[in-house]
Ligand binder design. Structure first.
Ligand code: 7RM
Length: 631
């Protein structure tokens, strides 16, 4: 088998330096060269056009392609019989699946035809609300094949959160399942969809994949089974010709205001960048087995379970279950079972499994592992060392990968075994990425030993193009804080060796178990409770989750903490439930009425010795009362 990935895989430190330098000196020819290795229906006539002011960023202008031709058709001749997806079910006793590139191609083409026959056309939005089964990937790729824009919604979100997303993008179709196996639980996914769709006028059809054989309601004229939809449908489909800048998908993510934003990614740039970053960060080589434990509902699942690996012709493991079922050794068992070479997970999972003790690790060999990775939040040194020592056996490079839904792909990370590994440091930018640290005035802080806000000063192919239906919001959130820079919302430090360390969010976004949550979003949910008058939510350090959610609530009565949790569960989903709720007599406010979250953050973190000056508050006396109530 020819190794078509070799030409773009960096294989030494000096090659990294060379690639990095040339990517900065001449970004257009750097990316053009990588893009040229793909199958284009028509070559682009301009590599890059950009203006961070507008913002307006376009890559590979005039180029025509279909991303699925590049991750399926292109592989058929050389590696059609190789495994594309290795699926591990929730229940270890259920048989897994091994799907070759040829089979995946057939399934995608067939489902593409099925969707067309149910009225989906190029440009239409399709919501995917599914468990971690191969059909979730088939659904995404079938959309991409026909030019429909997918928006995957994590199947743990509530009906109301799902309805908001459906309405925001005016989707025509929902792809879902009858239920979802998660550990010992069976979740009623279809019930959530029914409740959501009742609030949406735009949905015409719901296609239901049968997974749990639960008894579900099927709305006549609207709902149909997946297996019926593909019955007698052709497995051949000519991929739709897409412009490089046509929408590939929308993915909703939390920000510092109440309403989640629909981050938009387009076909050409996203393809080039997810492929290139996957290959280089994980040092994937043909024949390797790669496993990312994320859910396809998050960007990590999009870029590094589905698109990046398949573009590289890799074998990607997809796991339906949870890390602790049937016991907390499941990840390690699956690593041995499939002889996984690259393993990519989140710090919160590492910390949770570490807490279960070493016995469950030592039962497994883990000797196939060559690279281990981390994503989603800062990995603390303690967890880093545990992961490196007990899972990576001190021989696997640990790639701490920093990136965002908005960046589409990994931005700052070691390249496994190529660039140096430093505990708790994302370390160096990938070729093509120009991160800068700025002070509050936006001055670039050059040199080492500097700390400030993290920005990027030059576009890369998978940068977000807009926030769906609200370009102003995109401009305001990412391109207005500092002139001519993309602002990440994170703080960062360049240490004495020149390695970058991400310090966490500097805005009102908290990161709970690697899931982004806007404090305003949680507050809005809490405020839905009829007895709640006002609330303020902050993050506080949590041993397993990284950050926990602490809610300070003014309410008509006390004793409603559990009801508030239930309200949040209903409005957003279980991931947003506050860990602590404190009913308070008032919230510290400035004279202009702004809640002083800085003070609440300190109280929540039990750092009350140094609250700073509270005398300018409208109601300084309330601070003492809150502190008393907290202890
Ligand atoms: C991929 C993903 C993005 C936010 C980001 C950071 C935090 C992610 C790391 C990290 C420190 C890391 N997308 N973050 N990775 N912080 N080190 N390696 O997580 O859109 O859901 O979240 O996550 O704060 O801004 S995301």
């Amino acid at each position: 088998m020819k190794d078509f990935t070799r030409q773009h895989r960096i294989s030494s430190l000096s090659e990294y330096t060379k690639a990095y330098d040339s990517s900065v000196k001449d970004p257009e020819s750097f990316w053009s060269d990588i893009a040229s290795s793909f199958k284009w229906k028509k070559k682009w006539n301009q590599t890059l056009k950009w203006d961070f002011e507008a913002p307006d960023v376009k890559w590979f202008l005039g180029g025509k392609l279909n991303i699925t031709e590049n991750l399926l058709d292109r592989h058929l001749e050389e590696r059609g019989e190789e495994v594309a997806i290795l699926w591990e079910p929730n229940d270890p006793d259920e048989k897994g699946l091994s799907i070759s590139y040829r089979e995946l191609h057939r399934k995608v083409c067939q489902f593409a035809n099925a969707m067309i026959s149910k009225g989906v056309a190029k440009g239409d939005r399709v919501i995917i609300y599914m468990p971690m089964v191969p059909e979730a990937a088939v659904a995404m790729l079938a959309c991409a094949r026909i030019g429909a824009v997918h928006s995957v919604v994590f199947a743990g979100f509530s009906a109301s959160a799902l309805a908001d997303r459906i309405n925001d993008c005016e989707a025509k179709m929902v792809l879902t399942s009858d239920g979802n196996f998660r550990g010992a639980k069976t979740i009623d996914v279809k019930g959530v969809v029914d409740e959501a769709v009742a609030k949406c006028g735009c949905i015409e059809k719901v296609i239901v994949y049968q997974r749990t054989k639960s008894d579900v309601h099927m709305e006549s004229g609207r709902d149909l089974w997946w297996h019926d939809a593909i019955q007698d449908v052709s497995e051949e489909h000519q991929a739709e010709e897409m412009d490089a800048e046509d929408l590939l998908f929308i993915l909703y993510t939390s920000g510092s205001t109440g309403k989640p934003k629909g981050v938009v990614h387009t076909c050409g740039g996203y393809m080039v960048y997810t492929y290139y970053s996957f290959l280089n960060v994980f040092q994937y080589k043909p024949g390797d087995i790669y496993w990312c434990t994320a859910d396809v509902g998050w960007i990590t699942g999009h870029s590094y379970i589905v698109y990046g690996p398949l573009l590289a012709g890799a074998t990607t493991v997809m796991f339906e279950g949870v890390p602790t079922y049937p016991d907390a050794g499941r990840f390690w068992e699956v690593c041995d079972k499939y002889q996984v070479n690259q393993f990519y997970t989140a710090p919160t999972a590492i910390r949770a499994l570490e807490a279960h003790g070493l016995e469950l690790v030592e039962k497994h060999k883990l000797d196939s592992l060559r690279v281990i990775g981390s994503v989603g939040e800062p990995i603390n040194e303690e967890a880093w060392h545990w992961y490196h020592e007990h899972i990576g056996k001190r021989k696997c490079p640990l790639v701490d990968t920093w990136w965002q839904t908005e960046t589409g792909g990994i931005m700052i990370s070691a390249l496994a075994g190529i660039t140096p590994n430093k505990p708790a440091h994302a370390s160096l930018p990938l070729p093509g990425i120009q991160p800068v640290i700025v002070d509050s005035e936006g001055n670039e802080l050059t040199g080492n030993n500097v700390e400030g806000n993290l920005c990027v000063k030059f576009p890369w192919p998978s940068i977000l193009r807009t926030t769906y239906g609200d370009h102003e919001r995109c401009k305001h959130t990412y391109f207005s804080a500092y002139k001519n820079m993309y602002f990440t919302g994170d703080g960062a430090k360049r240490d004495h060796d020149g390695y970058l360390r991400i310090l966490g969010r500097v805005d009102d976004v908290i990161n709970v178990s690697g899931h982004r949550m806007g404090t305003a979003e949680v507050e809005n949910a809490i405020d839905e409770h009829p007895k709640v008058i006002e609330s303020a939510v902050v993050g506080y350090p949590h041993d397993i989750k990284g950050q926990g959610i602490y809610a300070f609530v003014i309410a008509e009565t006390d004793g409603i903490e559990d009801e508030i949790k239930e309200t949040v569960n209903k409005m957003i989903g279980p991931i947003a439930k506050p860990d602590k709720i404190q009913i308070v007599p008032g919230l510290p406010k400035t004279r202009s009425g702004k809640i002083m979250r800085r003070i609440l953050r300190k109280i929540a973190s039990k750092e009350t010795d140094n609250l700073g000056d509270t005398s300018t508050l409208l109601n300084p006396e309330v601070v003492e009362e809150i502190i008393k109530g907290a202890s």
